[in-house]
Write a new protein. Structure first.
Lengths: 92, 92, 92, 92
DNA sequence: CTGCCATTTTACCGGC
DNA sequence: GCCGGTAAAATGGCAG
């Protein structure tokens, strides 16, 4: 650990497979559980897009709007301005 | 919408900014709410890694382990598929 | 093969490891060679973006422009129009 | 560009639509040319799969095999990394 | 035309 | 704090 490369055996209290191993396991299980929930939410989001699509809205465009709403007004305007500059430069 | 260009005003019920606009807004708000929850979970996961790091475990390695655990199922399937290929190749 | 599951032993002419195996191997090698070339081109593209960045252009925006140029004028205008509709509907 | 907002007119040499615009255009054209080649290779690869299919090989399985071959190097590295983890865990 | 697979884009994380 | 690489998500293309 002194060399900064180590991973297990935190604070020299125990060796892998012992108490530290149990601690590590608990961390991993907490992480995996949280990741499952996260994955479930991703599924929920997909479902909402699908439902919206069923009502005539285009998910692709909806995503763009969500993305725009996520940005601050300043950032959004700046990016749009720069894009305009590039577009004019190449004539699109 | 018969012209294939539109998306808003599903079922001819309303125009943008009207009822359809409200519907769209509701979808977007549902999505944004779910994304917030998802983001919160991502934050929780980060915290667990940070806590583990505080106890001497290296997040980088932990991520590797999580990844390996996750891939196990997929790899097993891959391996079974390959086994099938070989079985078919030899006609068993 | 009649059951639709088989892959090797095409036309019942040979068994894996034999002529068919050689044929398969040749196909795989052709594919792998082409994929290497493809990967090299991807590297070249990355380099161009990096060079442009070094001259003050933002790759992120450049990619958007490339994407716009890829679309037909009609598609591009339609998409922009629809995005405007959605944006107005939710007030972005 | 001292204000960090600009990108075009690198080194204050020109304005959009001018020299900088030409430079940008050249970058975009290089990129688009490379992408065309890349796309052509993708088409070639697809053709090889199609030809193989015509000779009784299943593209789906072939892709799996190609993928497995490709992953071998990565897996080997992964395995070595994991070995390192274990070595560190036991302090060898 | 729906679902799958590949590619591309986006977000995240550790290093400098 | 930026930047590069790495993993997740989304978009697009293709077969069935």
């Amino acid at each position: 650990m002194a060399d900064g490369t180590g991973a297990i055996e935190p604070s020299k209290k125990a060796k892998a497979g012992g108490i530290a191993g149990d601690t590590l396991k608990r961390y991993l299980e907490r992480i995996e559980r949280l990741e499952e929930e996260k994955k479930a939410l991703a599924g929920d989001i997909r479902e909402v897009y699908a439902e919206a699509k069923g009502n005539g809205f285009e998910p692709r465009i909806m995503r763009k709007v969500v993305s725009l709403r996520r940005m601050t007004a300043a950032d959004r305007e700046e990016e749009e301005a720069l894009l305009d500059v590039y577009r004019q430069a190449v004539g699109v």
